[in-house]
Design a protein around this ligand. Structure first.
Ligand code: UDP
Ligand code: MG
Length: 316
């Protein structure tokens, strides 16, 4: 059996030698073959130089260098494309995840015939205010919207069965919610295991405050896709029709009552002086707009091609 370890990295030169040495030791002690796949996501430090010199003495290394920084999700996507293992691990390059967890994770994945075994940073060594608290909130929201009972969706250390990584399409910033992507593709045997977490030794986190809003927006899209599949028309179209019908019925009511009052000579106001007329009109216009939004969403999704997502400048 072949084990692949996929490692996305951005400016982690200082960690790579230690990471590789520890990985190598752990994997050598196992009876499996292995490949280690580094994806340099546009580093500007010496990460690529370090990988190239490691490769000279360790041919089991494969590596891709992106032409610029495309983000962790695209790096994982490229790594998943390359991976050939029956079991595929992902791991951060900054030594916060421990390679020493791998053997135990292989056993748990196999013994329970899981699709994904996700690491759970039960005791997490990151900033409480900027990492731990917001991530608790995100994990709570992800649990509620996905129905998956995980504590730590975004742990960098995960073990996958090959079929899973070949079926899911990690893009945008979706690396945060890979278990949900997998569940949406029908891979529901997902569990987690507490893993050791370390404080960052070198450099700093690559995810600043913008991840709050990105994380939230992605969660909304994920909820949307798991609820409606790739059919925006089923959501926006239905909402649009509903708004339009409400507006239309109100307009008919306003018109009919006007005619009734005219016919019976009752006190009457001009249609344009009736505030409800504007509510009815606005509702109809919004209805048409929502319908068209759904229609355009549907057109885009059906014509979408994912071939141009990142550029690879070197591959070794
Ligand atoms: N990373 C990446 N591309 C990016 C940002 C991060 O490949 O655009 C890598 C990074 O080098 C590390 C992993 O993704 O190996 C996790 O990033 P980081 O440690 O900054 O996240 P945190 O642990 O702070 O959540
Ligand atoms: Mg980290």
């Amino acid at each position: 059996m072949l084990i692949s370890v996929v490692i996305p990295l951005l400016n982690e030169a200082d960690s790579l030698s230690e990471l590789y040495a520890r990985l190598n030791k752990v994997l050598n002690d196992l009876s499996f073959e292995y490949e280690i796949i580094f994806i340099d996501d546009g580093s500007s430090d010496n990460s690529w130089g370090t990988i190239k010199s490691l490769k000279k003495t360790h041919p089991e290394i494969k590596a891709i260098r992106f032409s610029k920084n495309y983000g962790k999700s695209q790096a994982l996507h490229a790594g998943f494309n390359l991976a050939k293992g029956e079991i595929v691990f992902t791991m951060d390059a900054d030594l916060q995840d421990s390679p020493e967890e791998i053997p135990e994770m292989i056993s748990v994945l196999q013994d329970n015939n899981l699709d994904i075994l996700s690491g759970w940073k039960k005791k997490r060594y990151d900033s409480i205010l900027f990492k731990n608290l917001p991530s608790k909130l995100f994990n709570f929201a992800a649990r509620k919207t996905s129905g998956l009972k995980l504590h730590d969706f975004n742990c960098g250390l995960k073990a996958y069965k090959k079929e899973v990584i070949k079926s899911i399409d990690v893009k945008g910033e979706m690396h945060r919610y890979i278990p949900v992507l997998a569940k949406n593709e029908g891979f529901t045997r997902i569990d987690e295991k507490p893993v050791k977490h370390q404080a960052r030794k070198f450099g700093q986190t690559k995810f600043g405050a913008e991840r709050f809003i990105n994380g939230f927006l992605d969660l909304v899209s994920l909820w949307f896709f798991s609820r409606f599949g790739k059919r925006p028309m089923h959501f926006f179209g239905a909402l649009g029709v509903l708004m339009f019908v409400i507006g239309l019925l109100s307009a008919i009511y306003i018109g009919a009552s006007k005619l009734y009052k005219l016919y019976h000579g009752l006190p009457n106001i001009l249609v344009v002086d009736n505030p409800f007329f504007y509510i009815a009109l606005t509702s109809m216009i919004i209805g048409v707009q929502l319908f068209l939004a759904g229609f355009i969403g549907e057109l885009i999704l059906n014509n979408q091609s994912s071939k141009f997502r990142y550029n690879i400048s070197e591959k070794i």
